[in-house]
Structures are given as structure tokens and as C-alpha cells.
Design a protein around this ligand. Structure first.
Ligand SMILES: NC(=O)c1ccc[n+]([C@@H]2O[C@H](COP(=O)([O-])OP(=O)(O)OC[C@H]3O[C@@H](n4cnc5c(N)ncnc54)[C@H](O)[C@@H]3O)[C@@H](O)[C@H]2O)c1
Length: 507
């Protein structure tokens, strides 16, 4: 039995369908379970938001028995409805979506027998009884006539298997928000996903990540979000994911400056073309985009001056990496201005925290020490970076998503200026090493001297402030995290150091 939860003052109704497996639409109820008056199927079609995320996810996971899939197709054809969410009759079993998440966790564990058992178990439960839940906010939005269809020619539009109906949310996201997080298996994206899951249970997340060398899928272990392996440069993948979502947060990028010096092309492909593909999709489906960028687009500042980057600082990128990020920012602004895309941009300073790849400065130093090696410092270590804890960055991203003005750029920084030499000194202290226990290596070509962010616009307009402004304390926590999570970083350490060894000669 499916049950529709309808807004009391909407026109409710009953839809009965033939049902070979015991599932049918009927008995519309309010959220409190009270019965409501009947309504014509056509009115239901106009009101009920028809997003079939759970079934779509379940299909991808191979969880939907053929009978349920067939019934679902019949339901959609007959009344234009598709499943938004499916609840088990027995409350203690929990929503099907939650079970799917558990299954994903089982899969991450890599135990095939567990997976087979879980699948069989859930298959058995699912055929028994289902409820179709239509979100109240979405009903109201639909009643205002805000449903939009994919543009003709959109990928999948002519494909009978294309499953999505799209709803825009001009008045806010309501009780549930569905976001696509690109690059969610990377450092900042994974922290964003973990923090969002921990603090915002009303947000549903789909991660899409190409799983490049920089990704670590185990960063999402136990989190229980939908994960899609795919590239933001693939229009079909992007279209499929953007269509049913409310918003996209774009963390996906090639990010390592050193690699961009040896081979710039992947940077141009992902950072520029990938952003354009995302823009095209959010434009077509009228979805919100927040684009994550870097302060490196501004080039560098002189050492020893009080000057800082602001939203008005002209772009002056130095490396192929920062030039490709600068290009992506320009594309976002062009799509906002030319096509009315609902997008915001943030440029953040250097992040630190758990789950960062060991090729990056802070994790490299820490893991060198934890491996019994000496840390490596570029040149004299005079270059200054403006450090921010990754959680503070991600809280700022949420502030912009929720309260930011469309078309605006916000700089994110926590007044954390430190020279590389100072950072290394703090790491040596936190690990009980002598202050001079490190090697120096030749400086990187075009190495930016100093970055510093003025984030007063973000603080003033959106009320954000860093909660982890004590850099030394945050660094000690980060050292502890790497000490306690060797299994996360050790497998990639030797390969990363071999790549560095090809570039560096100790002196
Ligand atoms: N790390 C920093 O200090 C910092 C500072 C400011 C801004 N940023 C920006 O934040 C974002 C995330 O940075 P990070 O440090 O987490 O990077 P990261 O390298 O740790 O992660 C990037 C992720 O993107 C994925 N990816 C790469 N190409 C992809 C593609 N074509 N399609 C889908 N996924 C793809 C990778 O697999 C990886 O999981 C980037 O846009 C970066 O420019 C980073």
C-alpha cells in the first residue's frame, strides 16, 4: 500500500491501481495520519512533486525487485506520479533510503557476503508494503506552478528511461534539500559531506567524484550518502544528477600546483570544461550552484605588507592551476550575467584538517615525521599562506548557500597568515621533533610569495566567523588525526614521495 501525504488545503484524492504485487496508491492521508477528501488524479498530478529519487537510487544499486519496478512504471504512466520517498510499513525498519545507505556502507566494507545478505534482506522487506510520501513544501511549490521540464534535447530527454521531473524552489528549499556535491571524495568535499551529514539531517547528498588519484573513497566510509563515480566533464552524468537536485556545490577540481606545472591539461579539462558542463546543466534545470574557488586566482602579495585580497582584487593567476580556477570563476560570472544562472562563488585561503592528501604541504610534513622521515621545506620557507580550518571553510559555504546573494563572490579566510617555516616549526613541536629536524629542497617555479584574505564582506553580510581560529590548536588536532588514521594515508605515501623525489634534490 502506498500512502500519499498531502497538504490539508490542497485537493487530495485517491488513486487505485491494479497491482500484481500488493502495492497500490490509495488512502491519502495528512502528515498526522488523518484521512482527506478524494481528488481527481489530474489534480494530484498537478500538485504532487514527482521525483523518484529513492527508486532511481535503488535501481542504480540493483535493489529494486522487477515487480516493484514494473509497478512503479505503471504508477507513473497512470497518474503522472513517481515515487518521491518510500517508507516501510514497520517504522522500526526505517526509510528505504536509509537502508540503501546502510547497504552502501556494507559495500564499502568490501564484504560480498554481507552485501548479498543485505540485498536479500531488503528485497524481502521492500515488497511487503510501501508508503509514498510527498513533501509538503514541494506540494506548495508545485501548486504555484513552478514545475519545469528539461529543455528539449537535454541528455536523456528523448530516452524513455529518463526518469526525472524537475521542480524549482524559488521560495527556499523547504524541509528537505537535495544537493549534489562534486569532488566529494577529495579533501574539502569529504569534510563538507561529513559535516553536513552530522549537522543537517534534513539535507540529502549525492556525491559525484571521478576518483582521481587525489580522491580517497574511504574518506566517506560510514557516512551513508549516495555516491556516483563520474566526471563533471561528462554532460550525461551531470545532467542526470543535477535534474532531481536542488543545488550543486562544486568542489571537483584538479588542485595540485606542482602537477599543473608538469601536465596542465587535466587542469584545463576538469577546472574549466567541467565547470562549463555544470553551468550548462544548472542553467537548463534552473538549479542553484555554489562554485568553490581559491584565493590563488589573485596571484600573490608582497611579503611584509598589510595588503590583503578583497572581492575587488583583479585576477592575476600564476600557475596553470590558478589560471584554470580563474577561468572557471569567469565562466560562472558569465553564466550568471548572460543566462541568469543562480550561482555564487567563494574564494578561500589555504585549508588544513583531516582527510587531506599527503602531497599537500601540511599533511606531507606530518606524515613524513610519522614515517620516520625528515620534513621538506621549499627554499627558505618564507612564503606566507593564510590558513583556515576546513570546517570553518565549509561552514562559510553553507552560510553562502543559505544566505548569499546570487551573482556575488565571497572571500573566505580566518586571518591565519603563517610562513611555511612557522607552520613547520609548529608541526615539529607538536610531534616532539627538534626545531631544525628538516631538509630544504629547491623552490617551486613561480612560487607565490604571500596570500592573505580580507573576509570582512562575508562576516558583515552573512554573519560568518571562524570557530577554529586557534591555528596551533587546530594543527595539533590535525597531527593527532594523521597519527590515529595511518590506514587512511599510508597506502598513498610512498607513491607521493616517489613523485616528489623526481622533482626534488635535497641540498
Ligand atoms: N585545498 C585548499 O587549500 C583549497 C583552498 C581554496 C580552494 N580550494 C578549492 O577547493 C576545491 C576542493 O579542493 P581539495 O583540496 O578538496 O581538492 P582535492 O584534490 O583534495 O579533491 C578534488 C576532488 O575532485 C575530484 N575530481 C577531480 N577531477 C574530477 C572530475 N573531472 N569530475 C569529478 N570529480 C573530479 C577528485 O577525484 C578529488 O576527489 C577545489 O576547487 C580547490 O580549487 C582548495
Amino acid at each position: 500500500m502506498f500512502r500519499l501525504l498531502l497538504e490539508p488545503d490542497g485537493a487530495p484524492g485517491t488513486v487505485e491501481l491494479d497491482d500484481p504485487v500488493g502495492t497500490r496508491v490509495g488512502d491519502p492521508v495528512r502528515e498526522d495520519g488523518a484521512a482527506v477528501d478524494p481528488v481527481e488524479p489530474a489534480q494530484l498530478r498537478a500538485q504532487a512533486r514527482a521525483v523518484e529519487d529513492v527508486v532511481a537510487q535503488d535501481e542504480r544499486d540493483g535493489l529494486v525487485p522487477d515487480e516493484v519496478r514494473a509497478e512503479h512504471e505503471r504508477l507513473r504512466e497512470a497518474v503522472g506520479l513517481v515515487l518521491h520517498d518510500v517508507l516501510q510499513a514497520e517504522p522500526e525498519l526505517g526509510p528505504v533510503a536509509q537502508q540503501a545507505a546502510e547497504l552502501i556502507d556494507v559495500r564499502r566494507g568490501g564484504d560480498d557476503q554481507d552485501l548479498a545478505d543485505a540485498r536479500e534482506h531488503q528485497r524481502g522487506q521492500r515488497v511487503v508494503d510501501h508508503r509514498l510520501v510527498v513533501d509538503r513544501e514541494e506540494l506548495l511549490t508545485d501548486a504555484d506552478g513552478d514545475r519545469v521540464q528539461p529543455a528539449p534535447g537535454a541528455p536523456g530527454q528523448d530516452d524513455p528511461s529518463h526518469r526525472h521531473t524537475i521542480t524549482s524552489h524559488p521560495g527556499g528549499y523547504g524541509m528537505h534539500m537535495h544537493i549534489v556535491v562534486t569532488g566529494g571524495a577529495g579533501f574539502i568535499g569529504a569534510n563538507f559531506v561529513r559535516r553536513t551529514v552530522a549537522t543537517r539531517p534534513d539535507v540529502r547528498i549525492t556525491v559525484v567524484d571521478a576518483l582521481t588519484y587525489a580522491a580517497n573513497e574511504s574518506s566517506l566510509d560510514g557516512v551513508g550518502v549516495e555516491f556516483v563515480k563520474g566526471s563533471i566533464t561528462d554532460p550525461a552524468v551531470v545532467d542526470e544528477l543535477v535534474a532531481p537536485a536542488d543545488a550543486v556545490v562544486n568542489f571537483a577540481a584538479d588542485t595540485h600546483n606542482d602537477n599543473s606545472l608538469t601536465d596542465p591539461w587535466p587542469f584545463l579539462d576538469t577546472n574549466i570544461r567541467g565547470t562549463a558542463v555544470l553551468l550548462d546543466a544548472v542553467r537548463r534545470h534552473e538549479k542553484r550552484l555554489h562554485h568553490i574557488s581559491t584565493d590563488e586566482v589573485f596571484g600573490d602579495l608582497p611579503l611584509g605588507t598589510p595588503e590583503r585580497f578583497t572581492e575587488e582584487t583583479p585576477y592575476r593567476p600564476s600557475s596553470p592551476y590558478s589560471a584554470s580556477k580563474a577561468s572557471s570563476d569567469h565562466l560562472v560570472r558569465a553564466w550568471v550575467r548572460s543566462f541568469g544562472v543562480q550561482a555564487t562563488i567563494s574564494n578561500c585561503s589555504n585549508n588544513y584538517g583531516p582527510y587531506q592528501h599527503v602531497e599537500k604541504f601540511i599533511p606531507r610534513q606530518i606524515t613524513n615525521i610519522l614515517s620516520g622521515e625528515r620534513p621538506k621545506l621549499y627554499g627558505a620557507g618564507a612564503n606566507v599562506r593564510d590558513w583556515i580550518h576546513v570546517d570553518d571553510h565549509n561552514d562559510a559555504v553553507w552560510a553562502i548557500l543559505e544566505r548569499g546573494t546570487i551573482g556575488e563572490t565571497y572571500l573566505i579566510g580566518a586571518d591565519g597568515e603563517r610562513s611555511n617555516r612557522e607552520v613547520l616549526a609548529l608541526i615539529l613541536e607538536a610531534t616532539g621533533r627538534a626545531p631544525d629536524d628538516f631538509d630544504t629542497v629547491p623552490d617551486r617555479a613561480g612560487h607565490d610569495l604571500r596570500y592573505a584574505i580580507d573576509s570582512s564582506k562575508l562576516r558583515r553580510e552573512l554573519g560568518w566567523a571562524p570557530a577554529r581560529a586557534d591555528f596551533a590548536a587546530g594543527l595539533r588536532d590535525t597531527v593527532d588525526w594523521y597519527r590515529e588514521n595511518r590506514a587512511w594515508w599510508e597506502p598513498g605515501k610512498a607513491g607521493t614521495e616517489a613523485a616528489y623525489a623526481r622533482r626534488e634534490t635535497p641540498r
